[in-house]
Design a binder for this molecule. Structure first.
Ligand SMILES: NC(=O)c1ccc[n+]([C@@H]2O[C@H](COP(=O)([O-])OP(=O)(O)OC[C@H]3O[C@@H](n4cnc5c(N)ncnc54)[C@H](O)[C@@H]3O)[C@@H](O)[C@H]2O)c1
Ligand SMILES: [Zn+2]
Length: 410
């Protein structure tokens, strides 16, 4: 930290420059709730001496655990058994962490319970187990408690596995806007165990596949080809080993696809943890979707709204001459194959224009629209014309609105 003093006729001022370093681990593991696996309790500790001291000491470990209620119904007994077997002093708080409940009210509820249980802010991280909603709320609550209590993320949905668990963002919805209150404070660690995904409902697997496709289209042709070839299999098998129709390479494809998605996501996020650089490829699919998602809540899941946004942008790319007709068709087929919606009546030209104007306001005066260029590469466009946006919209409606006679109000 540096401190500079300057004295002028108006008075003295001190400027403090204090670079903040965050270190956090994203660890893939198996059998996270097997009593002999100590990752959940100790995996976040990087100091070997400290780790040894804890292992030698006979003082019980203390942990506050917040779990999504639905996850608790399935994994509650296993979790309790794990904590008992490891002689942990624990409190498990199971909560209905749904998108509609993603609010400050729920964060405060968690904080009250944390306060009653009383934890040591330096050594007893709060553990969050659930989907993106649970991880986001608990992350925010922990960041507020005593100004910053460490927390641990255990994602249990595909979407949170490859997206919400690897970054630094926390948040709750506020004033009818998604994630309007939040912080950029990463977890002490994220522990990823693919086996949780086996109980995730099919629609929520598709939902996660949308965010994977986002990374594929922006940055990784190989990932796109994996999803194109095996997307349906991943959906049918919940990213698990499967001995029936698909044979044994199921799990291999599942780990390869999740691994690539996580690595490409980390590459994008880590140099820009606080999102100071506004040119972000991870924003693909996230320009129009927030307004769409909130407009029709709860009928579209996050990844579904993202996919509809991406589908339209693919048409914008094609009309801008960045994508061939053949590549466009391949992308749309891949989406349909993964049972993702590619069009929605609530996604009107008016909503698109409003969202892009909103984007201009919060993005330093440039629209910064990520667009796929071929497969697995992208560019950020600031000068896509109204004419292209309209033409893309008409084609998008004509070709993908199969539900009714197309009537596009462009
Ligand atoms: N912080 C970030 O960087 C980031 C990134 C992407 C998304 N998000 C946020 O994540 C949220 C979406 O996350 P999500 O899709 O995980 O939704 P979610 O947390 O609502 O979970 C989806 C559903 O699956 C259930 N569920 C969770 N795990 C299960 C399991 N193993 N078996 C059976 N059911 C299970 C939940 O009860 C819920 O009904 C959004 O609010 C979004 O804003 C945050
Ligand atoms: Zn997203």
């Amino acid at each position: 930290m540096k401190c500079y003093e300057s004295i002028t006729e108006k008075g003295t001022s001190w400027t403090v420059v204090s670079p903040i370093v965050f270190t956090y681990k994203v660890t893939e593991t198996q059998n996270l709730l097997d009593p002999s696996n100590d990752t959940l309790l100790l995996g976040h500790i990087t100091d070997l001496q400290q780790l040894e001291a804890i292992k030698q000491s006979n003082k019980p470990i203390k942990r506050f655990v917040v779990v999504d209620q639905e996850v608790y119904k399935i994994y509650g007994p296993k979790l309790t058994e794990y904590l008992e077997a490891n002689n942990v002093l624990y409190k498990i708080l199971a909560l209905p962490t749904t998108e509609e409940n993603k609010s400050m009210k729920m964060a405060l509820k968690i904080l009250e319970e944390v306060n009653n249980f009383s934890i040591d802010r330096r050594t007893e991280p709060i553990i969050a187990i659930g989907g993106g909603v649970c991880l986001d709320i608990v992350g925010l609550a922990a960041s507020l408690y005593r100004r910053r209590t460490p927390y641990i993320r255990v994602p249990t949905t595909l979407l949170s596995y490859i997206d919400a668990s690897v970054g630094a963002k926390t948040g709750v919805n506020f004033a009818n806007c998604k994630n309007k209150l939040g912080a950029y404070i990463p977890p002490a660690a994220a522990f990823l165990d693919l086996s949780f995904i086996q109980t995730v409902p099919r629609r929520h697997i598709s939902n996660g596949l949308a965010e994977m496709l986002k990374m594929a289209l922006m940055k990784h042709k190989g990932l796109f080809e994996l999803l194109e070839t095996h997307g349906r299999m991943l959906l049918d098998t919940n990213f698990q080993a499967d001995n029936s129709v698909y044979g044994r390479n199921c799990l291999q494809v599942a780990s390869q696809a999740t691994r690539i998605a996580i690595v490409t996501m980390l590459e994008e996020l880590s140099p820009n943890l606080w999102e100071d650089d506004l040119n972000r490829l991870v924003d693909f699919g996230h320009l129009i979707s927030p307004a769409l998602e909130m407009k029709v809540l709860p009928s579209l899941l996050h990844g579904e709204a993202v996919n509809i946004d991406m589908s339209y942008m693919v048409y914008v790319s094609k009309e801008s001459g960045l994508l061939t007709e053949d590549d466009k068709q391949r992308i749309i087929s891949c989406m349909v194959n993964m049972e993702l919606p590619v069009w929605h009546e609530a996604c009107t030209m008016e909503l698109i224009q409003k969202s892009l104007q909103e984007r201009l306001k919060h993005s330093g005066g440039l629209v910064r629209m990520p667009l796929p260029v071929g497969l697995g590469e992208a560019e950020i466009s600031n000068d896509t014309s109204c004419e292209i946006l309209h033409r893309a919209y008409s084609k998008w409606c004509d070709e993908l609105n199969v539900s009714s006679d197309s009537n596009c109000d462009s």
